[in-house]
Design a protein around this ligand. Structure first.
Ligand code: HEM
Length: 406
């Protein structure tokens, strides 16, 4: 790509979010940019865009909707064009509010607390099978099945489609590390097509045989007195699937990796369940998997940098949550950190609608894992970036004779 003339050469960094960099390296890079270059930098990779790493600048950019929009972020790093908008992620203003209103009742915190028993049941089933084996690969054996089962039961899609769906969503959101930008565009487009077809299938089967589940309720919702158009419905289901399948699993697996390296943290979590809510917040801060993407609506200035209308911007909340200006000793994991105004769920009108659900799943995951699995050690792990940062694998082991199943 040709770099726009208004981008100062000294703000350019070499950062390929779809490349083969791991999470620790990405954090080290981002904190170096913050120190050496300031709160806003530019990468030429994946079409060229600004990366905002300063907490104050991220807040301003996400909250002041007159500066940046979500609709034209279709030109974002997951550059699949043309395609329908992801709903409500890529809608703005009134239309965005309309779809948030339709979704809100499904995610009310009270409803999420009622789900807690179901999450606990699934976690216990998974762990009862894993505990006697003495080791597991946390992502595939625990974190993904737990997050996905909750999501699939919410929308009432078949549990046996779980692995297929997870693989599509993974490729759609992150591409494949190490592939060229061109190959990844193709990989992401094919995966998106597969997910789209799957969602269409769920809609069709309910048209043929109406049911009473979340998918059907969404199908029966109206906008301005008319049914939700099919392309909006599909865009909505795709966003829910991406949110439900990948993000919570990422934080769970990053946490288990960290705790495996720090027996004192494991003991701390195990000792007292009332500590878990603060632990969840700190893991969301240091393990935040997503940073919102936007495009500039007009020429503006952010963190002393001139941004032009149409420029793409990645608000790297992962880095903002480690900005030393707001978080003392930001790279230190402090399970009692207070205050902890992390940005894991974003800010402004698009703030994550699944935050309460994610918090329930994470709290139950940490609680049950440590209730059932005795002190564990890390055997090996691998992380990856993408639109959702996460672990490719985390293998841990423990002594089987210490297992006491409840
Ligand atoms: C740890 C888990 C999660 C994290 C860190 C996370 C993070 C985020 C972030 C940063 C955004 C804002 C994106 C933007 O501003 O462009 C967002 C939006 C969203 N998330 Fe989550 N999410 C999580 C779990 C979930 C879950 C479990 C669901 C639902 C099943 C979900 C559904 C959504 C939806 C529908 C949006 C779009 C909201 C809108 O555009 O108004 N998320 N999420």
């Amino acid at each position: 790509m040709t770099r726009p003339e208004h981008v100062p050469a000294d703000l350019v960094v070499d950062f390929d979010v779809l490349g083969d960099l791991g999470i620790p390296q990405a954090h080290a890079e981002a904190s170096r940019w913050r120190r050496e270059k300031g709160p806003v930098v530019w990468t030429d990779r994946n079409g060229g865009y600004w990366i905002v790493v300063g907490a104050e600048e991220i807040r301003r950019g996400l909250v002041d909707v007159s500066l940046f929009d979500s609709a034209s972020r279709g030109v974002k790093m997951v550059t699949i064009e043309p395609r329908e908008a992801l709903v409500p992620l890529e809608l703005d203003g009134e239309e965005h509010t309309t779809y948030r209103r339709i979704l809100n009742p499904f995610f009310a915190p009270r409803r999420m607390r009622l789900l807690e028993d179901d999450v606990r049941k699934v976690a216990r089933q998974l762990l009862a099978e894993l505990a006697p084996t003495g080791s597991c690969e946390v992502v595939a054996d625990f974190a993904r099945p737990l997050a996905s089962s909750m999501f699939l039961s919410m929308v009432d899609w078949p549990l046996e489609d779980r692995v297929k769906l997870e693989n599509w969503v993974k490729r759609q959101v992150n591409g494949v590390a190490g592939e060229s930008e061109e190959a990844n565009r193709r990989i992401q487009a094919e995966a998106l097509e597969a997910v789209t077809e799957y969602c269409r299938g769920q809609i069709t089967s309910r048209r043929e045989r109406p049911r009473e589940d979340m998918t059907s309720t969404l199908m029966n919702a109206t906008v301005d007195g008319a049914p939700i158009p099919d392309e909006r419905l599909v865009g909505l289901l795709i966003v829910l699937a991406a949110g439900g399948l990948d993000t919570t699993a990422s934080v769970t697996s990053q946490a288990v990796e960290l705790f495996a390296l720090h027996p004192d943290m494991q003991a701390y979590v195990r000792e007292d369940g009332s500590r878990i809510p603060a632990v969840v917040e700190e893991m969301l801060r240091v393990g935040a998997p997503v940073g919102p993407l936007r495009a500039a609506l007009r020429d503006t200035e952010l963190g002393g940098v001139e941004i032009k209308a149409g420029d793409r911007v990645h608000f790297l909340g992962q880095a903002g949550s480690r900005d030393p200006a707001e978080f003392p000793d930001p790279d230190r994991v402090d399970l009692q950190r207070e205050p902890n105004r992390h940005m894991a769920f974003g800010l402004g009108p698009h703030r994550c609608i699944g935050a309460a659900l994610a918090r329930v799943v994470l709290a139950v995951a940490f609680d049950e894992f440590h209730a059932v699995i005795p002190p564990y050690r890390l055997v090996g792990s691998e992380s990856r970036l993408g639109a959702v940062w996460g672990m490719s694998s985390v293998v841990v082991e423990w002594d089987v004779d210490e297992v006491v199943l409840p």
